[in-house]
Design a binder for this molecule. Structure first.
Ligand SMILES: Cc1cc2nc3c(=O)[nH]c(=O)nc-3n(C[C@H](O)[C@H](O)[C@H](O)COP(=O)(O)O)c2cc1C
Length: 208
């Protein structure tokens, strides 16, 4: 079963890598012709916040796999290094129930059907800059799916994310210890998620 999943993932990746279209296969051994395609008309936006780069890497891979657009959430004032300082600030913000201001214009979401939203786990929850972005944007009518990176303890991230959203999110993806993943392993995790959760329509047509 695992093998079939891996093969399906590999195949899907090959379809995407080939510009989303596989040309019909012609066989002289009586095999059926088939044509697979990914519906590229459904515009995809990958939105992310990343403090130290792990979520950015996943987001860039996703955008490239799905030929989507990327939007990076930036706090008006960056969270300082080292992480202990970011932790202090985010704890204070949480305690006082306040969210950070964001830099730059918000994206125009009107052209997107699918919005993939990524961020790091902070104290078992959605990182504060991503929480700001969720509070400022109307995602109703969109298909939304979260992905998040952690050091291994995602706590209540999925529930916290869902609680901040009007549409019910599709199945999410947790990437633990992303810094230890090779590029190939990262792409396999993402591809597997895309296939499993049917985030984009895959069409298969049998020919004669
Ligand atoms: C303020 C802060 C809080 C964090 N809290 C958690 C946590 O509760 N659980 C966990 O597994 N990792 C936690 N981490 C680690 C990050 O979630 C993890 O390294 C993530 O991959 C970082 O993503 P980024 O590089 O995109 O910022 C925390 C990191 C920071 C800076």
């Amino acid at each position: 079963m695992k093998k079939i999943g891996a093969l399906a993932s590999l195949f899907f990746f090959a379809v995407l890598a080939s510009g989303c279209f596989l040309h019909p296969m012609v066989s002289n051994q009586g095999m059926a012709l088939c044509h697979f395609s990914v519906d590229t008309h459904s515009q995809v936006l990958v939105v992310y916040y990343s403090y130290s780069g792990n979520t950015r890497r996943a987001a860039e891979n996703l955008a490239s796999l799905l030929q989507g657009d990327l939007y990076e959430i930036k706090p008006a004032t960056s969270y300082l290094a080292p992480p202990a300082l970011a932790l202090l600030r985010s704890s204070a913000e949480e305690q006082f129930s306040c969210l950070p201001d964001l830099a730059g214009p918000l994206p125009d979401l009107s052209g997107y059907q699918l919005v993939l939203i990524g961020g790091p786990v902070w104290r078992g929850k959605v990182a504060r800059p991503l929480a700001s972005w969720l509070a400022l944007n109307d995602l109703s009518g969109k298909k939304v799916a979260p992905f998040w990176t952690s050091d291994g303890d995602a706590g209540a991230y999925a529930a916290d994310f869902a609680a901040q959203l009007a549409p019910v999110p599709a199945e999410g993806l947790e990437i633990s210890q992303a810094g230890n993943l090779t590029d190939a392993a990262m792409q396999e995790r993402l591809t597997d998620w895309i296939v499993r959760s049917q985030l984009v329509p895959l069409a298969a047509q049998m020919g004669k």
